[in-house]
Design a protein around this ligand. Structure first.
Ligand SMILES: NC(=O)c1ccc[n+]([C@@H]2O[C@H](COP(=O)([O-])OP(=O)(O)OC[C@H]3O[C@@H](n4cnc5c(N)ncnc54)[C@H](O)[C@@H]3O)[C@@H](O)[C@H]2O)c1
Length: 499
């Protein structure tokens, strides 16, 4: 029993508030939908009616339940009507002053025991509570978009939040069949703290000419099993929102990866915000998968991470074929071939071919099949080209792997290729957050799986792949890039030291 009967959602006409109001009413609570815009409330009511209508169509709810749920929702633009609410959840504009002012006014109006919850993404619960006159009864309650569909809620205490308040708010979320996780009151909690710098890294990789946005998405989906590619997600979130998130995060964290990437600002200036403006990062250009490929000959000079013993690809080779596939890192130039493929580990292709200030170029193409530690190799082949790699060699390499059934992406000869470049800093962040007590490992992983659609959480994944391997990869990346985000986290250093 939470003792909560009547709930108000402030900003109920907005994106998040509208969904939270549905959660509260569906949970059986009398729900006051409050917004300063009556038009927004009218739109919210129509959207709720449509949402519950679909629930009835799908057999998730009876028509009577729908009527009763809609009847539990009332609209208001008068703050005084919130006086007798037991819980007030604010999802108004992301502005500390505006949120503090709202809680300050509500403090005058509401009964003493009313709990105030904030859905802020980036602001401090302690600071928001500072303006409330009841900072022991303020709690962080961060829903995911769309709130009426996503079950996860990140719950956090301000410094003065009482245990009773936290437990009551927690129990209320569970009574609405949501799944709460506890996180400290730190910028971005778990989800955005991991996502905002990662998304910035994605934009920086595009800006650096690493690969196309389409190939980047394919790599992440195929290699890591994420449900949605990061460029698709950024276009959905909106690049203007990503700018705002970076602007909110960087001054608080001073994490270079959180700073807004210049390309993101230029895209916004050009009106390319993502789905809402009709164009964003994704170009819409994808290449057809090859249906025919030249033959390939395998030259094994060492153990292969891409194709371990018994892999079907190994049996497809034919001596004297126009494409040569060197496994295990060795390589011999051969100008008579259409393409000479060199398996890479953490090294750049230039280590094998030599570099000639960008004038290098040949029939040599690097490749690696992405693999997390000793997990079974994924279906992703990252092809690596140099500035003047011939289009014929690249096309032959692509065809060989595509016809063998792999997902193929092409990237420049930059450190970490696509996957390691993007995912390793995120693993470091998760390991450091764990050290700093942001949340439990289980809750961090659960947040990523439930909130972002990852098949497994970053902590589970980096541990399964081997912390010593993480040390090896990140050490090379840090050496090549000089970026602090690659400095191996403490747990990886310990694992390496222990052999
Ligand atoms: N959009 C997301 O993906 C997302 C996810 C999680 C949390 N959040 C957080 O939720 C909050 C709302 O974000 P949003 O994207 O729904 O914004 P939004 O702009 O869609 O909605 C905000 C609503 O609040 C109303 N409003 C603003 N100031 C008000 C006031 N003083 N009194 C009453 N109503 C007021 C506006 O009229 C509007 O309807 C922010 O704190 C944001 O950080 C957003």
């Amino acid at each position: 029993m939470t003792g909560i009967k009547k709930v108000a959602i402030c900003g109920a006409g907005g994106t998040m508030g509208a969904g939270i109001a549905i959660v509260a009413a569906r949970g059986g609570y009398e729900t006051v939908c409050f917004d300063m815009s009556a038009d927004a409330l009218a739109r919210q009511r129509a959207a709720a009616d449509k949402f519950f209508g679909k629930s009835v169509d799908k057999g998730r709810m009876s028509a009577e339940d729908k009527e009763a749920t809609m009847a539990r929702m009332s609209d208001s633009t008068d703050l005084n009507e919130l006086a007798d609410c037991d819980l007030i959840i604010e999802a108004i504009f992301e502005d500390l002053g505006v949120k503090k002012e709202l809680f300050g006014k509500l403090n005058e109006i509401c009964k003493p025991e009313t709990i105030f919850a904030s859905n802020t993404s980036t602001l401090s619960i302690t600071e928001i509570a500072g303006g409330s006159g009841r900072d022991d009864r303020v709690v962080g309650m961060h829903f995911c978009l769309p709130a009426q569909v996503m079950k996860l809620i990140e719950m956090s205490r301000g410094i003065n939040t009482s245990d009773e308040t936290f437990q009551t708010a927690w129990a209320w979320t569970e009574s609405c069949k949501q799944i709460p996780v506890e996180t400290q009151d730190k910028p971005g909690f778990i989800l955005n703290a991991l996502l905002v710098p990662f998304n910035n890294d994605v934009i920086r990789a595009i800006e650096a000419g690493l690969c196309t946005p389409e190939d980047l998405d394919l790599a992440i989906k195929s290699g890591l099993g994420y449900k949605m590619g990061p460029c698709t997600l950024l276009d959905l979130i909106g690049l203007d929102t990503q700018v705002r998130l970076g602007e909110a995060f960087y001054p608080i964290t001073l994490d270079k990866r959180a700073a807004v990437p210049p390309l993101c600002r230029r895209m916004v200036a050009a009106g390319r915000l993502g789905n809402k403006s009709g164009s964003g990062l994704l170009t819409g250009l994808t290449s057809e998968k090859a249906t025919e490929a030249p033959g390939y000959a395998i030259v094994g000079t060492g153990e292969s991470r891409s194709f371990p013993a018994g892999d079907a690809f190994l049996s497809g080779g034919a001596e004297g074929a126009p494409v040569t596939v060197h496994l295990g890192g060795g390589f011999a130039p051969d100008d008579s071939k259409t393409a000479v493929l060199v398996e890479l580990d953490t090294e750049c292709l230039g280590v094998h071919t030599g570099e000639d200030l960008g004038r290098e170029g040949s029939n040599v193409v690097g490749f690696a099949r992405y693999r997390n530690g000793n997990d079974a190799p994924s279906n992703l082949i990252e092809l690596v080209k140099q500035p003047n790699t011939t289009p014929e060699a690249l096309a032959a390499a692509r065809a060989v792997f595509e016809v063998a059934g792999f997902d193929v992406v092409v990237c420049a000869d930059q450190p970490g290729r696509i996957i390691d470049r993007l995912v390793r800093p995120k693993y470091n962040d998760a390991l450091r957050f764990l050290d700093e007590g942001l949340a439990t490992a289980e809750d961090m992983d659960k947040t990523c799986c439930m909130g972002l659609g990852y098949p497994d959480g970053p902590l589970e994944r980096v541990q399964r792949g081997g912390l010593a391997r993480h040390y090896d990869v990140t050490t090379v990346l840090q050496e090549m890039t000089g970026q602090p985000g690659y400095a191996p986290a403490r747990a990886a250093v310990v694992a390496k030291a222990r052999g």
